[in-house]
Ligand binder design. Sequence first.
Ligand code: HEM
Length: 625
Amino acid sequence: MAGHFPLLRAPTSLSTRPLHIYSFKPTTTSFSSYIPRQSGLRGLSSVAFACSNGREPDSVDVGVKSVERLQEEKRRAELSARIASWEFTVEQSGFPFVVMKSLSKLGVPSAILEFLFGWVDAHEECAKIPEAKGSVSAIRSEAFFIPLYELYLRYGGIFRLNFGPKSFLIVSDPSISKHILRDNSKAYSKGILAEILEFVMGTGLIPADGEIWRVRRRAIVPALHKKYVAAMINLFGQATDRLCKKLDAAASDGEDVEMESLFSRLTLDIIGKAVFNYDFDSLTNDTGIVEAVYTVLREAEDRSVAPIPIWDIPIWKDISPRQRKVAASLKLINDTLDDLIAICKRMVDEEELQFHEEYMNEQDPSILHFLLASGDDFSSKQLRDDLMTMLIAGHETSAAVLTWTFYLLSKEPSVMSKLQEEVDSVLGDQFPTIEDMKKLKYTTRVINESLRLYPQPPVLIRRSLEDDVLGKYPIRRGEDIFISVWNLHRSPKLWDDASKFKPERWPLDGPNPNETNQNFRYLPFGGGPRKCVGDLFASYETVVALAMLVRQFNFQLAVGAPPVEMTTGATIHTTDGLNMTVTKRIKPPIVPVLEMPTLKMDSSVSLLKEDTLLCQEGEVSSTHS
Ligand code: HEM
């Protein structure tokens, strides 16, 4: 999300997208990056991550797709070659640069050039940030962070990208990221992000800056205390159980399922209950409010790529049917939130519970209830902004994590087997509990690794509020900056086998990886004061859903489905959904364990020890720690 920005990618139309099951129906999900079209950054090139399930598709459509894919790969290779040949470089003056470019054209490898000319650069009095310029001919509408990766390999951990009059600093260096996000975070705001999200999130926590952000963060973080998150485990289990029932029916009927939209609905149902005690029940129904939520999400995404902000023209709001629909959807959501706030206020007035640090109403443990009970002084508009922000922040991100985790697992059956083995032994037939979270170590590593390969969102956005120095480069106030988490997480300089899905890279007996213990090369939840407030919530949510689903089913990419390609909204989405064949698992028979009283005592002693160890080492990082 949106820390979660570029925001928003919602199923294009709930009515055009059947609720849960269909076979290879293209899902009208053309996601675009949030990067404003006028910036010229969108779709610098395109990339298709073809999926193959090891079986040959046979339809004509699929044949056409394969040709398109080959063309795409060719285009991509051409673009890589053009980037590698410095074609996009903005000429910098000076003898060293001219020599470097000439040597590069003669085929001298970039590692040698870096070695030779890095030294020269380091000794210049006022180093200049390497500059590249966007090429109109290379612009397409696909995932923008892929060409940024190619440019990073060519230009390094910080470079300037120019598009016409606009320019952006692209940062892919751990220590510069740490400087911006943590060490000098006060000198940076959310910039473009705040401007685009204003209509839907107002001054909610994600777009807010300065004093408003400080006050709201201080009010909201305590609401996600450990007891609350533990109580949410039940909710995660129940919601996932509903999804399991749907999959069970699909498996019995032999129908394939589109998992991305199912995950979107699962996480919407969860976040509605968790944040304001509202059951969207979107896994079962397409009610007006669910459609309203998606209308607003889609609008935010579209605004982020529109060439002219026509929605700002007063008369346009009244005559455009689309803008009228957006306004009506926002009104419906706001009215619903106002009702929920009123109901909750009455509950708080009537209850006799004393407010304290780990306050929680068992009947309604929602964040809204905590905020109202805390007696904080804020307007209902601010409260609505906060609720809306968390709804969006906690919905698309978790759904995207689950989508890409299942995609990755479909490619690595050995990881899936290991995962199922752990889940069987830890959960048996029970619903997951908070104690299980510490024991599901490999499951957690699978999520950690999925977040490395598919960070949600793939870039973080900032704007400098004052002059600063990034690495060795001075920068001016007002610079728009993209920290590419995608580049950091996939850099061959920072990781062995960077592009391989390898949960084993994170030792089971080691700490849960986070930005601090990975020194800012790994930023699944951002870092510094603006780190995600829902990190622990989201970790448990995705672990519970993953564990319950793989316990009951096997998942394979559906035969003949469109290839799984990437595109961006708030998070990384698929272009045509994640179509899977789901089959019920046949588990091996449970072998009864012989009761041996004398040995029993010994084993319980060692079990206790192991549990203690797991508690200490298996903790999932939390903003609240
Ligand atoms: C796997 C799921 C999630 C991922 C990957 C994720 C990721 C992130 C990231 C990277 C940021 C930092 C953005 C930045 O620095 O610009 C962030 C911020 C935020 N996240 Fe999440 N998030 C997830 C789930 C959640 C959930 C479940 C909630 C709410 C319950 C939530 C609420 C927020 C909020 C309010 C912020 C803004 C914090 C601030 O600016 O002070 N997120 N998230």
